[in-house]
Write a new protein. Structure first.
Lengths: 476, 516
């Protein structure tokens, strides 16, 4: 047991970079605030490099508060990768929307620090801290479109519900502490494996923790905030909510349930499989009737949380592996889709109604092709990352004989096809509803979209690289 | 460097390269685009012919096999395993031939030509992949990925109701095949989580190394069967077909009817029966009855269609009913006939759709009542239409007869009642096809605009000529095609044999009634 600073090296680098950004923001011209994205990218890149260098190292740090293992490292790579992509697409967004506050990048970096802490935490207290760092930064980021009342409204909604769910989580932690006398994952697990009976407080703690993270991951029945908040949030932040923040919550929950409460697996498997079914059903069915693309993607993200829970319920190494792979695939296609939408929405996010996508294939052949590819991948059609993700996920669940769950998931994804296709139909098979000049496509958006397209198809055709990393990371 | 084993990969590579090539050419150079795509499909056709020359018809096993690792990660071991046997080779040839004709028939497409041609080539890749894949995951990937280009082809270049038809087509077929994915994964775990190799799993099921509990076998069979039955389409899963066929552009209809439907029957033959012989035998009566309903129902509905294209579409339901009936009669003649009929249907219905497309290009209508007496205005078109019609209704001397005869012969060994009902379908097909022919081509010209219609030009004649030659060839010298498939059909039956001996003692696999 030692301090071992290096176990948190990426987090430390990113925090320093965030603080520096925060301090330098007032010294940069107002018109040039968006260019603070470059130093932010540098910080994220350095943290990424640090994680890569540390790959394979394992141990504990901060007197046992922090795990350093391939699971946390892979999760960090995922979070940092998404953060970089979001930063890159946010740069042109902030410039276009005249949201000239460099603090945006600092807050995004802090949120990423919070997520990384959640992935590497070995103690409920640190997990809670990580979640709070993530949440508080995100509350502010959601409200970033200061002139748009919708943004403020959604931030308030997110804040109130978020505070509520945090309280649940804290309460749950207290119960666990009360039942076992510790908040350290491994110690709780040791206690449970030698316990002759489980106190009721433990079950309560388990349920309350699931509520807390279920809220962040937008899992039914704790999903109701999602569409409203996504709709009001600036597009890069909707991306952050849909991709990173959801992934962080699931990863933290995975660590808690697999590492701390394996003895209660029957209980949480049952609870989560019910939630998985509801999540997939609600997400896919509600998405069918949406008229705003942000809301549609919000429900689609709920549906995907449901698929991820299917892998979670598998409760085997393949499940963890499949979840990690899926989170990568999901990040690729969602960041890509949101970035295309961000470009096509134009200034003030004017064109976000699904009917605005009528005939865009004429105006934007490349962007439309990209969006169509991302949607096809979200729908889980072969040769895309989304298909491989679903394949691994369902295979893991079948491996532990969750046949019903898989059949429901397959039926749900059949429903899901419809709303993804609807956008493609509008883009390709309808005439444009109005004559608009093509929207300008900033270079940064082009780069992000290109990377995501390549990733989506690469993983769809040859998933081995990420799957190998994921199987190394599936340590539980 | 080059070995015959690489031929199949080359077959897949040519259309893939074609997609990229077409994608990189400028969209404004329409002649260049057409020329390049035509060259690509012709190259693919030549490649498939070369494969035929390397193919040894005396062996029923997979040939020109290439089997290498695709990816091996986590619990998965997925292989790139391709090969052909007599069954798939014929379908590959059908695909490559029809693709050449379809590209030639797409000369009138001008809107978004580049995208259109890219999707056509992509479609060819998907279809060929389905017929040569021997790894279940590889097969599934091609099976699903092929939906995308077809969906766009219907939705972007189709008729009035194209969007409805495209979405319906996509959702029906995709929903059907999703459950197949679950079945594939389940099969993988029953295979000890070793691989998704079709041949290996089939062999292990055959010699009892994999024993599927009866309940599981039925469920897996159904998951595969429904996916294929929707594609065939077998009654009552056929409702997507009329919409898709009617709304698709001509080339799309040709490919849909000619090749896509065969993917369903191919799946039944390649996957359902060898993987689940016991379930296949036990469910055969039910499936045969569905097929019989399809035969009669399809024919009756076709009879009353006012739209030629719809009539041809419903005739497919009827004809494919024959194929399914033949497959599930589970004896040598019937399966041989079913396979022969798959090729026949591909050629003759493909030909009918091409002709209907040519009519539509001239008159911009497909209503039977808008025509009449066309034989006076367009004698060559009428003559070709007659030949294709006769092939479709199974006139002796042309290809259709051979297939239907074999199917009926095989079915008769199973049940004379079924054979009688199926034969009535043949009669009905003569009724609706000839009646339609009479109303469109014979008599006096009743509508003025029909008088000045142009007859076939040389490009159109060139499209139809190979079909006619094949009709006659396949009708008169069927042995040259049957000999390719015989050992492979025998192979499929071998899988059924031991199970059949147990379950259906009255009949021998060879189809000879042993009198007990």
């Amino acid at each position: 047991m030692d301090l071992e600073y290096t176990t948190l090296l990426p987090e430390i680098i990113l925090s320093l970079s965030g603080i520096l950004l925060m301090m330098s923001a007032p010294m940069v011209d107002r018109e040039r605030q968006h260019s603070l994205g470059y130093p932010a990218l540098l910080g994220i890149g350095t943290a990424f490099a640090a994680t890569v260098v540390q790959w394979g190292l394992s141990g504990e740090g901060f007197y046992g508060m922090v795990f350093q293992d391939s699971f946390s490292q892979l999760c960090k790579l995922l979070f940092l990768f998404s953060a970089a992509a979001i930063t890159l697409s946010a740069m042109s967004y902030l410039e276009r929307e005249k949201l000239l506050h460099g603090e945006f990048f600092a807050l995004l970096s802090f949120a990423t620090v919070g997520m990384c802490l959640m992935a590497s935490s070995a103690d409920l207290i640190l997990t809670f801290l990580g979640l709070e760092i993530l949440s508080v930064s995100t509350y502010i980021l959601v409200a970033f479109r200061e002139k748009d009342p919708k943004s403020t409204e959604s931030a308030l909604k997110y804040f109130i519900l978020g505070a509520f769910s945090t309280a649940f989580l804290l309460y749950g932690i207290a119960f666990i502490y009360g039942a076992t006398g510790t908040t350290r994952y491994t110690q709780v697990a040791d206690f449970l494996s030698s316990a002759s009976f489980y106190p009721l407080a433990l079950a309560l703690g388990l349920a309350l923790i699931a509520v807390g993270f279920g809220f962040k991951a937008a899992v039914t029945p704790f999903h109701v905030w999602t569409p409203d908040v996504y709709e009001g949030a600036p597009l890069p932040i909707a991306m952050h909510l849909a991709v990173s923040s959801k992934a962080a919550a699931l990863v933290a929950l995975l660590r808690i349930f697999y590492q701390m409460l394996p003895d209660l697996s029957q209980q949480w498997e049952g609870m989560l499989s019910i939630s998985a079914v509801l999540t997939m059903a609600v997400g896919n069915i509600a998405a069918l009737t949406q008229t705003n693309i942000k809301r549609m993607l919000a429900y689609s993200s709920i549906a995907h949380a449901g698929y991820l829970l299917v892998g979670f319920c598998a409760n085997n190494a393949s499940g963890v592996q499949a979840m990690l792979f899926y989170l990568f695939a999901y990040a690729l296609m969602n960041v890509g889709a949101f970035t295309v939408i961000q470009v096509m929405a134009r200034d003030n996010e004017r064109f976000l109604s699904i009917s605005d996508f009528r005939g865009t294939a004429r105006r934007h052949p490349y962007l439309s092709a990209a969006l169509a590819s991302f949607l096809v991948s979200l729908a889980g059609i072969p040769a895309t990352a989304g298909f491989m993700g679903k394949l691994f996920m369902f295979a893991a669940a079948i491996e532990s004989q969750h046949y019903t769950l898989v059949v429901i998931a397959l039926l749900a994804s059949a429903v899901g096809l419809y709303y993804y296709l609807r956008v493609i139909v509008l883009m390709y098979m309808w005439e444009p509803s109005d004559i608009l000049e093509p929207a300008p496509v900033p270079l940064s958006a082009k780069i992000v979209i290109a990377i995501m397209i390549i990733g989506t198809f690469y993983l769809g055709i040859y998933p081995k690289p990420i799957l190998d990393l994921a199987s190394e990371a599936a340590i539980f | 460097m080059f070995a015959p084993e690489h031929l199949i990969s080359l077959l897949l590579l040519i259309p893939s390269a074609g997609v990229l090539l077409v994608g990189m050419l400028p969209g404004s150079r329409s002649h260049l685009l057409r020329g390049v795509s035509l060259a690509v499909v012709i190259a693919t056709l030549i490649c498939s012919l070369v494969i035929t020359t390397y193919f040894d018809p005396s062996s029923g096993s997979m040939q020109l096999v290439q089997n290498s690792l695709w990816f091996n990660a986590g619990i998965f071991h997925v292989r790139y395993h391709v090969g052909v046997d007599g069954i798939s080779l014929l379908l590959v040839l059908l695909t490559t031939l029809l693709m050449v004709l379809s590209i030639l028939a797409s000369w009138s497409i001008t809107r978004e030509l580049k995208l259109y041609l890219a999707f056509m080539l992509f479609l060819e890749l998907g279809m060929l992949g389905v017929f040569v894949a021997l790894d279940l995951i590889l097969f599934y990937v091609f099976w699903e990925v092929m939906l995308i280009p077809m969906y766009f082809l219907i939705g972007m270049w189709g008729g009035e109701q194209r969007i409805y038809a495209a979405v319906k087509f996509f959702l029906y077929t995709m929903a059907g095949s999703l459950l197949m994915l679950a079945a594939v994964i389940t099969l993988y775990f029953y295979n000890g989580g070793e691989n998704f190799d079709l041949l290996e799993i089939t062999a292990r099921i055959g010699d009892g190394r994999i024993v599927l509990p009866p309940g599981v076998e039925y469920l897996l069979f159904l998951a595969f069967f429904i996916a294929f039955a929707i594609k065939v389409p077998l009654f009552p899963f056929h409702t997507w077909l009329p919409d898709a066929h009617v709304e698709a552009p001509t080339a799309g209809s040709v490919v849909l009817a000619g090749v896509l439907l065969k993917m369903g029957t191919y799946g039944l033959l390649r996957f359902c029966i060898p993987l689940f012989p016991a379930a296949s035998i036990q469910l055969a009566p039910v499936i045969s009855i569905l097929a019989l309903i399809g035969i009669v129902y399809g024919a009756l509905v076709a009879m009353v269609q006012p739209d030629v294209k719809k009539l041809v579409a419903y005739s497919s339901v009827s004809h494919l009913g024959f194929v399914v009936l033949g497959i599930f009669a589970l004896n040598f003649q019937s399966i041989q006939g079913a396979l022969y009929q798959m090729i026949n249907h591909g050629l003759s219905t493909g030909g009918l759709f091409l002709l209907v497309g040519m009519l539509y290009d001239r008159r911009h209508t497909r209503m039977i009542s808008d025509f009449g007496g066309l034989a006076h205005a367009t004698p060559r078109l009428a003559a070709f239409f007659m030949i294709v019609t006769l092939s479709s209704i199974g006139l002796p001397g042309l290809n259709g007869f051979v297939g239907e005869f074999l199917i009926l012969q095989g079915t008769f060994l199973r049940s004379s009642t079924w054979a009688a009902i199926a034969a009535s379908g043949m009669v009905l097909s003569a009724v609706y096809m000839l009646w339609m022919y009479q109303r469109v081509f014979l008599g006096e010209i009743t509508h003025e605009p029909n008088r000045g219609l142009k007859d076939l030009n040389s490009r159109e004649t060139l499209i139809l000529l190979p079909l006619v030659i094949l009709f006659v060839w396949m009708g008169i010298y069927s042995q040259s095609f049957l000999r390719l498939m015989d050992p492979s059909v025998e192979n499929v039956l071998q899988r059924v044999e031991e199970f059949q001996d147990r379950l259906l003692p009255r009949y021998r696999v060879s189809g000879e009634y042993d009198g007990s």
